[in-house]
Design a protein around this ligand. Structure first.
Ligand code: ATP
Ligand code: MG
Length: 406
């Protein structure tokens, strides 16, 4: 096991530069690699895709499957510590790596995030302490459990326990017949049925926790989804009631502490109209990694979520982040590369880059597809009104959804 901390710019006994590794080569891996390199680390990415966004910018790119024994051995030989950029990385692969290297987050935490059933038990035990609950739900793994579903969970959303993302693996069901049909459609894999809640808004909290249990956090992000994919994140004072923001932070910290989590963790919440003056907070799911809703930290905070991922895994100090500018993040999906007639086009970057406080991040993906995350645009400014005005301008130039209410 390598000794922590792993200091940047140092050489190992074998003369190898301090190198950090990541499982997965998507955009989150790319931004991790960039943060690590800025500090002076060498980087290694494991991803089978020769054109993966992170592989393209890393010192080393191991091009094998995530469970390939030779690939994992190569990654371990290159790296002093390893992290992950997606939650569906095989937990067994993280366990293999952890036999010889610090791995953060660990396999056990990732395994919980991979399974909605385990995740909900974990939330009940941990977020409950902060007075935050899950949506009412039932586990459906057997025909008996399907029959026994309480009527007051309907209408609801049936979600596969594993492998869901961006709203995939989910079916909205209004009654018992639709539920049975939906479970059959999902091939009767283990699922949870959640009661459909009257959402007022959605938010998320990102925390980072170190090997010694120290925890730092970013302020809660207010998120707007369009067609099940994050479209807009707003972060500034007053984006949500302070008492709810406080509770969301407490819940996220408790969720991380309860399992001795190490690394960056994002917890997603619903704001629900529960009849109370303040409204209620419901915890939805967690991502054991930096999150799309935290991309604004690259330009609006003095340390980003990727900087903290590097610090946490390498055993460096975890400074409390400070947001220095109000921010709005606009997700750039492949849709932007097509006009209303479906003809390919180049988005008007000239006009976007002329906007004050606009920070364009593209992930190096050469093929635009509808719904594919191609990049994001962070907008910062001196005050909330000017940030909103610039975001509306950018949305108009690019034809982005979700900014109507700004
Ligand atoms: P991702 O991993 O990309 O965040 P996902 O596929 O894991 O998405 P969820 O976050 O569980 O799925 O749900 C996707 C969206 O569906 C939520 O952001 C929310 O808008 C809506 N949704 C999910 N569960 C409920 C619920 N119980 N009541 C009302 N709306 C819900
Ligand atoms: Mg979600």
């Amino acid at each position: 096991m390598s000794a922590l901390p792993i200091l940047p710019g140092t050489l190992s006994a074998a003369g190898q530069p301090a190198t950090l590794g990541v499982m997965g080569g998507g955009q989150l891996g790319r931004m991790f690699v960039q943060a690590a390199q800025r500090l002076g680390y060498f980087t290694a990415v494991l991803d089978p895709d020769p054109n993966s966004p992170a592989g393209l910018v890393s010192h080393h790119h191991v091009q094998t499957g995530y469970s390939d024994a030779a690939g994992l051995a190569q990654l371990a030989a290159l790296c002093a510590a390893v992290t992950t950029e997606f939650e569906n990385v095989p937990a067994a692969a993280l366990q293999t790596l952890a036999a010889t290297r610090p791995v953060a987050p660990g396999a056990a935490a990732v395994a919980i995030a991979q399974d909605r059933i385990q995740e909900k038990s974990h939330f009940t035990a941990s977020a409950g302490v902060a007075g935050v609950t899950c949506a009412p739900y039932a586990v459906i793994e057997t025909p008996q459990q399907l029959q026994a579903v309480p009527a007051d969970l309907l209408p609801g959303i049936l979600k596969t326990a594993r492998m869901g993302y961006d709203g995939k693996g989910q079916v909205r069901v209004k009654d018992a017949a639709a539920l049975a049909a939906a479970w059959a459609e999902l091939k009767q894999v283990p699922c949870v049925l959640e009661k459909m809640l009257p959402l007022q808004a959605e938010c998320s909290v990102i925390v980072a926790r170190g090997w010694q249990g120290e925890v730092v956090s970013f302020p809660p992000q207010l998120n707007l989804h369009v067609d099940g994919i994050l479209a807009v994140t707003e972060v500034y004072e007053g984006n949500m009631p302070p008492a709810l923001a406080e509770r969301a932070l407490d819940a996220a910290k408790s969720i991380a502490n309860h399992i001795g989590y190490v690394g960056v963790l994002c917890v997603e919440f619903f704001l629900v109209d529960d009849g109370s003056a303040l409204g209620g907070l419901v915890v939805n799911e967690m991502a054991p990694r930096p999150h799309n809703s935290g991309h604004y930290t690259l330009d609006a905070c003095d340390v980003s979520q990727f900087d903290l991922q590097v610090h946490a895994m390498a055993g460096l100090p975890l400074p409390q982040p400070r947001q220095h500018s109000p921010a709005i993040m606009l997700n750039l999906l492949g849709d932007v590369w097509f006009d209303a007639q479906g003809q390919a086009r180049t988005p008007d970057w000239q006009a976007v880059l002329a906007l004050p406080g606009a920070h364009l991040h593209l992930y190096g993906k050469t093929e635009a597809r509808v719904g594919r995350k191609m990049g994001h645009l962070n907008i910062t400014g001196a005050d909330v009104a000017s940030v909103k005005a610039t975001a509306r301008q950018a949305a108009a130039i690019l034809g982005l959804p979700g900014c109507e209410g700004l």
